[in-house]
Every structure is written in C-alpha cells, then in structure tokens.
Design a protein around this ligand. Sequence first.
Ligand code: PEP
Ligand code: CO
Length: 443
Amino acid sequence: MNWTPDSWRTFEALQQPLWPEQDQLDRVEKTLSTVPPLVFAGETRDLRQRLAKVSRGEAFLLQAGDCAESFDGFNADQIRDKLKVILQMAVVLTYSSGVPAIKVGRIAGQFAKPRSNPTETVDGTELPSFLGHMVNDLPFSDADRRPNPERLLHAYNQSASTLNLLRAFTKGGFADLHRVNTWNSEFVAQSPSGQRYAQLGDEITRALRFMEAAGISSHHPEIHEADFFTSHEALILQYEEALTRKDSLTGDWYNCSAHMVWIGERTRKLDGAHVEFFRGIHNPIGCKIGPTATPDEVVALCDALDPDRSPGRLTLISRMGHQGVAEGLPPLLKAVRESGHPVVWACDPMHGNTFTADSGHKTRDFEHVVAEVAGFFSAHKEAGTHPGGIHVEVTGDDVTECVGGASVVETTDLSKRYETMCDPRLNASQGIELAFRVAELLQ
Ligand code: PEP
Ligand code: CO
C-alpha cells in the first residue's frame, strides 16, 4: 500500500510546533528510534480483539484520563489515584451492564495538545501557545513557550515509568477485585457517588465470598488482575514515527508508543499527514468526529483508515456537544452503518461542552456531559447501532474544574482547585457519578 513510517512527511501536518533547532530534533528522533518499545505488538492485538467485541455490543469501552499529562509533580500517588478512579468507573459499568468494560487510559503518553490558536497574546506580547509538555511549557515567557525537542525524550521516559507502575498495580494485586472497596479515596468515600460505590463494592465482596464458600474457585486472573491499556492523541508525528517498529512475528508495523492512538478533531484531514501515518500502523486507532464532519467525510475516513473493514481496528469518537448530538450524530451513524464499516462508536461528552464561566475559568457542566451521553445512546437506539463506549477527561484528585455533580461544584468553587494543564476534568467523585449515570443508560 506504499506506506512507510515516514511517508507522512510528504503530506501537510497540521498543529505541529515550529521546532527552532532542526539538528537537535534530528538527534532526538535518532535516539527515540533505538529506545525499547513502550508496548508490544501482541498487547495491541489483544486490545484490538477486545474492541472487536465492543463493535458487536459484547463489551463497553471506557477511555479516560487527563486532558494533558504534566511533567511537574510527577509521582506514584497521582498515577495510582488515576488508575483507581478508572478501575472504579469500570466496576460500576461492568456490574450494571453485565458486559466487560475495556479500560484504556489517556495516560503514559498524553503530552501533546492541538490548539485553536497557534499563538497567544498577553498585554501586546505574542508567544506560541502551550502545546503540551512534550513540546513546551505553560508559563507565559519566551523561554518557556519555545518548543524544545529534548522534551520528546522526557515524555518517553515519563511514559515508560508510568507504564511500569501501571503494570505493577494492575498485575501485582492492587487491582484484585477482592480489594474493590479499597479503591475509594477518602474524599470520594464522603461523596454521594462514593457511598453508592461502597454499597456496590460490598455486594461484589459478598458475591466473591459466596462463590468461594460454594467451592467455586475465584482463582482466575480476571479476578486478581486487571487489563489496562494506554492511549494518547498521536499529534507530534516525529515522536510517533520514531517509536513505530516492525513486529517480528507478523512483519506488520506497530506504533509502540501506546496500545491505542487517536487522531484529533483538528488533524483528521483526509489528505493530511496524520491520516497518512495512521493508515499504516496496525494498532487499534481512534478518530475524533466533531459537529462539522459530514457523512461523506466520515465514510471516507473509514475507507482510508480501515479499508479491510476489520472489527476493532477503528473507533470513531463523536464529540458533538449536548446541544448538537441529537441532530448531528444520526446522519453519521446511518452513513457508516450503510457503508458496512464495523466501527466502534464512542462518545466524548467533554470537548463539545466547554464554556467559559463568569469566573473566567474554562469549564464544563456535569449535566451537559450526561446529556450528551444520553443523546448518544438515543441516537444509537434509533439507528440500531451499538453505543460502544465513553471517552472522558477525569482525574483521581479532588479538583474543581467542572461544575455540577451530586457534591455540587459551583462556579464560585472553580478557583479552589483548578489544576488542569489544559481542559477541565471531572474529579474522581464526578467520574464515578458519571459511570453510574451511564450504567443506568446501558441497562
Ligand atoms: C482532546 O481529546 O483533549 C482534544 C483536544 O479533543 P478534540 O481533538 O476532540 O478537540
Ligand atoms: Co481535552
């Protein structure tokens, strides 16, 4: 198919930094092309098979994590707390829906951000926008905003150490279902969704005890370990290319920077560099679909990204906004269904629902998030297609970035703990509450 890991270079790549030092970038790319892979081809094939189940309605995708990971304050507790909330959301979804929740983190590589404007002007000074810690830094100074290729190496190293800990937590006993009640953080335990979660945890604990008493062995890896996959928006193509390796078993190319990677709303141009790069890697991939996408365009993306119509290969992540979903999504579902592409449809109820609060903070309203998911479910019901999953920005911390939820965050609370590097995330209680609301829709 005339593809090589670097064939994207002859296409227009949107949202790329203006790297000041070409030599330095070349050196970094060379280093990255020899470092060990972060994930293995076999693991990505495993995720692809699970996503094939999602496309048939036999499993549900939970993709969740930071809008942008940070190099600052990187520590083990933060990784553990993010993992906890994702495990909790997955338990709620699995228990209520009766189908497995496939856990994919926006983690261990989610360091690059596309922006609406390439530059930012403050008091008459214009500087490059913050593009994520893989590229530059957040403070508004010339030095901080200057793209620095060394950051690509830092991103790789932090991803490696994050993944190392995730593998230890998920395979080393922490994610054992017998410990379901220890995943509630202190502040979550006091919230209404945390209390609801604790009840569900008790039910699971009783069920496990009953099984053991009845002589049914609970010594299954499914009970003692969790399967957890990583993902990020593959935006900076030099980084993604350098970590793309040929699998010795199949001879196919895999992007070994994450199990799953996705194309953002701003870079999904059919004749652009991102689509070119993605079409050749064999990972399961995602593509964001926003309100301006036309049915023809979406089918053309499916043709380009999944010409073989292979279930599990392509996840379309719709992000229409709570007001746009009822009108915007049905024509796309119909066109894709009629085209015969067996895609997974997931709902990102975050990126179409961002607004600026009176306090000046960029925020999202919890009820808008739920409303978009509800609209997503009704559109699928109408179309006879599967609502395959959700894609959300959530953190394990007790932040105040999105308003609403049962332990209400008010606009006046936003300044208390507004810590995101980029978009407002649900805090852990809001995340678990969302899982309960989605579970009700799934039933
Ligand atoms: C994101 O997922 O953080 C993002 C930028 O989304 P989108 O490409 O849908 O705007
Ligand atoms: Co975001």
